[in-house]
Design a binder for this molecule. Structure first.
Ligand code: PGA
Length: 260
């Protein structure tokens, strides 16, 4: 089955509002010079920090990009100081939300159980959860990658029904590849993505399981985008560092667009 390509830019804790607006201005200029054809079937999501969401929504102008957030709380409202709900994100125009990023798991204690509740909350508010899973270097070296991916995936998705599956995105992000300059090889990514696809089909059946896009994330740059995206089972990319630079992000989009 041919799934559309999806490129997600995760800004993490970067860019003030003026920086965000400046970035969008530069990106628009680069893209409208013809390096990127929005009609190529590549969906693009930008996930700025919460504080820049509305400025980015406004600055997108004619770019057909969608807005994403980097996290949400699992409750709809209440006494949760400092948190943001799915309803608030939908309200500001978000369509996607990243859940279970390894930085959330590592620094903020997000467990698979919490990711499960966050994915469910996203779906309740009409948001596409981008559920991140991935092994550490130790886990890879000790041969636990497949087992770890199975556990993370099944626990994180336990509250998602087969009918809701079409709204879910999975991101395979090996922890050792994130921000390291050492991406997974296309072979390593292929094997992990194939395993994830098998798990999704086991969970939701052939039809629903085939529909879910699986993104690769971890040191994606323009130079490796092609080799990763032409790899079977890889439907797109979750980009961190390189998405902060308009030239690099435009190049990644151009490569992704040229493959369709
Ligand atoms: P990176 O980050 O592209 O900087 O490795 C990816 C991510 O954390 O989503």
């Amino acid at each position: 089955m041919r799934r559309h390509r999806l490129i997600v830019g995760n800004w993490k804790m970067h860019k003030t509002i003026p920086e965000a607006v400046d970035f969008l201005g530069q990106l628009t200029e680069l893209l409208t010079r013809g390096e990127y054809e929005p009609s190529t079937g590549v969906k693009v999501v930008i996930a700025p920090p919460f504080t820049a969401l509305s400025a980015v929504a406004a600055a997108l102008g004619t770019l057909p990009f969608l807005l994403g957030a980097q996290d949400l709380h699992w409750e709809d409202q209440g006494a949760f100081t400092g948190e943001i709900s799915g309803g608030m994100l939908a309200d500001i125009g978000c369509r996607y939300v990243i859940v279970g990023h390894s930085e959330r798991r590592r620094y903020f204690g997000d467990t698979d159980g919490i990711v499960q509740k966050k994915a469910a909350a996203a779906l309740r508010h009409g948001l596409h959860p981008i559920v991140c899973i991935g092994e550490s270097l130790d886990q890879r070296l000790s041969g636990q990658t497949e087992h770890l991916l199975s556990t993370q995936l099944t626990e994180s998705l336990a509250a998602v029904s087969k009918e809701q599956a079409q709204d879910v995105v999975i991101a395979y992000e090996p922890v050792w590849a994130i921000g390291s300059g050492h991406p997974a090889t296309p072979e390593q990514a292929h094997d992990a993505h194939r395993h994830i696809r098998t798990l999704l089909i086991a969970l939701w059946g052939e039809d629903a399981g085939e529909r879910v896009p699986i993104l690769y994330g971890g040191s994606v740059v323009p130079e490796n985008t092609r080799n990763l995206l032409v790899t079977p089972y890889i439907d797109g990319a979750l980009v961190g560092g390189a998405c902060l630079n308009p030239v690099l992000f435009a190049k990644i989009l151009a490569v992704a667009g040229s493959l369709n």
